[in-house]
Design a protein around this ligand. Structure first.
Ligand SMILES: [Zn+2]
Length: 156
């Protein structure tokens, strides 16, 4: 890793620590040439390609922010949102893909959000799947109802 200050081609690790969630390692490094210190973060690569074509690192915070809007006024806690984002990340990592597009993220969120709150699920789906009329809502609600009925039948 090049020194970001003087571009020297080597650096020395002076400290490593694992982040609280265990998904990243942060290292403090020192440049043997200019003596300045800087930090690097190492994570298993998981990036999201936006519609614009720009890739950015996967962010649980962005999942939470996106879902939080759909959960306004609903009985959903910050803890629920954090757990949802964690499960979404685990499911995405389990696919083994290192690069995802925004669509994959939305698809991974939908089933988790549905388990959390059906109203929030419908709101999120309406934005994500670009519902543009009542028929789209009716179709989504009908699907929820029929799947709920299936589950009820299976329990019997
Ligand atoms: Zn340097």
């Amino acid at each position: 890793m090049h020194c970001p200050f003087c571009r020297y081609s080597d650096s020395r690790v002076v400290d490593s620590r694992t982040s609280d969630d265990g998904l990243a390692i942060r290292r403090r490094r020192q440049c043997p040439e200019c003596g300045r210190r800087f930090s690097t973060t190492e994570t298993a690569s998981l990036s999201v390609v936006k519609r614009s074509g720009v890739a950015e690192p996967f962010s649980r915070d962005k999942i939470v922010a996106g879902v939080r809007k759909a959960c306004q006024g609903r009985p959903v806690t910050d803890g629920d949102l954090a757990q949802l984002a964690q499960r979404v990340e685990e499911n995405l990592r389990a696919t083994g893909a290192s690069q995802l597009d925004a669509n994959d993220i939305g698809l991974a969120i939908l089933p988790e959000l549905r388990q959390l709150d059906e109203v929030a699920y419908l709101r999120f789906a309406s934005v994500y799947q670009a519902f543009d009329n009542l028929d789209d809502f009716e179709a989504a609600i009908a699907q929820l109802r029929s799947e709920d009925a299936d589950r009820a039948t299976n329990v019997d």
